[in-house]
Structures are given as C-alpha cells and as structure tokens.
Ligand binder design. Structure first.
Ligand code: PHE
Length: 463
C-alpha cells in the first residue's frame, strides 16, 4: 500500500479495526506503567476523580477535533493543516506534533524495551527460583534483590540499548507493513489478548488478603491530598490524560486520516476514551490492592511496576509465571502505541517529503534511535523527555481545539462529524461549547500553572 505519491491511500478496513488501532495507540505504558505510579504519587482516589473529569470535558473533545482534522484532510498533521487552512501558519501545530513524536517515541521505546528485559528475566527467575532461594527470602530481601536488578539494569549501557533497538525494529517492521496489514492486523490481535491477561491479574490481586486498602486508596478520594499540592495534582492529571489518550500531537489526526468516511467519529472517540480509561482503572485494580496487601508504598515512582510487582508475583502461587504474563502484556500494549507514534513521523515524511514508506520509516528509526540512545545513557535526558508530554501535549491540544472551535467553519466540522449527514449530531452544541470555551480556557490556565511551577522548581527565588 502506497501513501503519498500515487496509488490509493491506505485505510482501516473495519469499525472494529479503527477502534482497536486507536485504542491500541491510547492504551499502553501510559495506562499500565505511568498511570498507577502518577496516581500513587498524587494520592490515589482524588487524582482519579480529577483525571476522569479531564478525560470527559477536555480529552474527548480534543480527540474528536483531531479526528475531524485528519479525516477531512486525509493527510498527516502538517499536510492536514496546510490543506484545510492554506496560506496560514497553522501547519506549525502539525510540526510541533511531529517534534513531540520524536521525543515521545525516544523515551517511550526505551521503557518499552525494559519490558523485553523483564520478559527474559522472568523466564530466568522462574527457572532458577529454587537456586536463587526466592521462596525463603523475606519480602524485604526480595525487594532488595529486584531493586538491585532494576538499578543495575538501568545503569548499564548495553542491555537497555539492545532492547531499545529490538523494540524499535519491531515497531518499524509493523509500520512498514502498512495501515491495514500492519497496524490494524496486529492491534486486532494484541488488544484483546492484553485485555484478557489484565483481567486475570486483577482477579488475583483483588482476592489477596488485605486488598481492600488498595481499593479504598484508588476509589475513595482523600481531598486532603488535593489541599496539599493542588497545582501539581491538576497539572499531572491533565498531562496524564493527554498522554494516555494519545492526544495533542497529531497521532489521532494521522489515524483519523485512515478512518473511512462512513464511520462515526464521535462514537469512535467515546469508545476509545472509555476503553483507555477502563484499562487505566483496571491496571490500578491489578496493582494497588497487591501493593497494599504487601505493605508497599504506592507513591514509589516510575519503578512501581518494575520493582514492586516482581515482589508481589513472587508472593503468589505460580510466582514468576505471573511476571512473565504481565511483562508480555506490557510489551503488547507498548507496541500498539509505539507504532502509532512512529506512524505520525512516517506519514509526515512520506506525504510531505515524498519518501516511500520504507525509507521514511528507516529515516525516522535512525533519528529516533539516536535520541533513544541518549535517553538510555543519561537519566537526566530521560527525565526531561519523560516529563515533556505534560506540557507539550496540552500545548498542541490547545491549538487543536482553538482551531476547531474558532477557525474551521462550524458547518464543516458538523458535516465531518455527521459523515455528511449519516449520523445524528445532537451533541453538537455541547461539543461546540467545550471546544470553544471550556477546553481552551482550562488548558491555557493549567498550562500556565505548569510552566510557572516548573520555573519555581528551577529558580526557587521566583516563588
Ligand atoms: N497513549 C500512549 C500510552 O498511554 C502513549 C502515547 C502518547 C501514544 C502519545 C501516542 C501518542 O501509553
């Protein structure tokens, strides 16, 4: 299937395919690795509540806006703005998205590579568990063992780099195969498998003794945590909402451009947002009850999944078999997301710079490869890249909703949302109000707060 140049443009072949691919993009390390630790650091239930409000009032409107832009233009984010707003500077928003794609893909693929290391280790740990004496170890000792492993692994150079390269190669292979035969095909298989695996883990976790405390932590908002650090919580909740839904950088403009004209964009967006939120909550359900059952601190940070969970798995009948399943699941979830980020760059290179898909993918992989290797050798660069979505995605999202709310003619938006009148758009006044006022104002305010709080962190005298 050729994109750009001549030939027919590739597209998703079915409604389920669209949802699987878009939900595959949305559901990833962001739900299973990032959501639990960010929620854990920000007090659990109260964070979840704010997060849900942001998903509904800001996330879904931004996602629909991206679909509208992508599908009406049938192009990558840069080309799309050039086509629907010719002679303006709006295509720079598309370019910002492509830049974000480079940064996110770099650190994201690094973390995705860790899942492969842990997949291999869990097999090794399962085989050697007798020799390593896991069953005689106290939880303290297990923790120390897994902490040492995690730290040793991260501090090394070769292993993280190799896993990163392997992950990048998988991603490139799927993207080069095209939209229907690559992205859609793999998403349709991987997403349901992930779902089943996660449910099995939840059943194990919530039936552990002492699991109740974890449920309370996740579902009962404790508002004193909001009073302590309100700014941090709202900014991180917004950043997490954007990151988790894959919005604000043109991923869904790109995927939107492959959605067939008859598909209903609003229901697609709502289904994807529901699936994404559901999986984040389910990941929380798999993790927090177990965290509390074993007396571990939920605010542990990015290593929550990589250190805490292996301790938990070792405590369960079946031991490292669980670890293997979990990291397999995490790996699947990650791949359906990395392909969506790479696709943004590939669509841009192939359509705007007239490259073949293969060449575009190879060029993108080499440049992202360079950035990713920087992330593996420098924890500082990794930290900056990992924190960047919190600001870059809301910035992109702000301009996307302003474009739909204020620039693009209202009739055009409505026509696209209704698929030329095929679907009802009774929700339109609400959608319009959200994209015109609520989303831009809320994002602008939170973005300003975010910049301000980062400045204070850098230059304490400003506070
Ligand atoms: N949404 C993905 C996740 O939650 C990450 C992602 C962000 C993918 C931005 C594409 C674009 O893991």
């Amino acid at each position: 299937m050729i994109q750009g140049g001549n030939g027919e443009r590739d597209s998703f072949s079915s409604k389920f395919g669209v949802i699987a691919a878009a939900a595959g993009s949305a559901i990833g390390l962001g739900n299973i690795w990032r959501f639990p630790y960010v929620a854990g650091e920000n007090g659990g239930g109260a964070f979840l509540l704010i997060y849900l409000i942001f998903i509904a009032a800001i996330g879904i409107p931004v996602m629909m806006s991206e679909f509208v832009i992508g599908r009406s233009a049938q192009l990558n984010p840069v080309g799309a703005f050039k086509k629907i707003a010719p002679g303006t500077k709006w295509h720079l928003i598309g370019l910002l998205g492509v830049v974000s794609a480079f940064i996110i893909l770099a650190f994201y693929t690094v973390v995705a590579g860790w899942t492969l290391e842990y997949l291999l280790q869990s097999v090794k740990w399962a085989i050697l568990s007798g020799k390593l004496g896991f069953s005689e170890m106290s939880n303290e000792a297990l923790r120390e063992f897994f902490t040492n492993h995690y730290e040793g692994f991260i501090a090394g150079i070769w292993r993280p780099v190799i896993w990163f390269v392997v992950m990048m190669a998988f991603t490139g292979y799927i993207v080069i195969s095209g939209v229907k035969n690559g992205i859609e095909k793999y998403s349709k298989i991987l997403m349901p498998v992930l779902f089943v695996l996660l449910i099995v883990l939840v059943i194990r976790s919530v039936t552990l003794e002492g699991a109740r405390k974890g449920l309370i932590f996740l579902f009962k908002p404790d508002f004193s945590t909001i009073r302590e650090a309100p700014m941090k919580i709202v900014i991180e909740a917004l950043g997490q909402a954007f990151f988790s839904l894959s919005i604000g950088m043109g991923t869904l403009i790109t995927y939107g451009s492959y959605i067939r004209k008859k598909e209903n964009l609003a229901s697609t967006a709502i289904n994807v947002a529901l699936a994404d939120t559901f999986i984040a909550v389910v990941a929380g359900l798999a993790i927090f009850p177990a965290v509390f059952a074993f007396g571990i601190n939920p605010g542990e940070g990015p290593e929550l999944v990589y250190i805490t969970l292996p301790v938990i798995f070792q405590n369960m009948a079946g031991g490292m078999l669980w670890a293997f399943m979990f990291f397999l699941l995490l790996c699947f979830a990650a791949i359906t997301s990395t392909i969506s980020v790479l696709e943004v760059i590939v669509a841009y290179f192939s359509e705007q710079l007239n490259m073949t898909r293969k060449r575009a993918a190879l060029m993108a992989m080499i440049s992202v490869g360079f950035l990713g290797i920087l992330c593996t050798v420098s924890p500082d660069i990794f930290g900056i890249f990992n924190a960047s979505p919190d600001l870059m995605l809301p910035l992109g999202g702000f301009f996307i909703v302003v474009f739909i709310g204020w620039i693009l003619a209202r009739d055009k938006t409505r026509k696209e949302l209704s698929s030329e009148g095929t679907h009802t758009t009774g929700y339109f006044p609400l959608f319009n109000f959200l994209v015109k006022f609520v989303a831009p104002l809320a994002i602008a305010l939170l973005f300003a707060l975010g910049v301000y709080s980062r400045m204070i962190a850098l230059f304490p005298s400003l506070g």
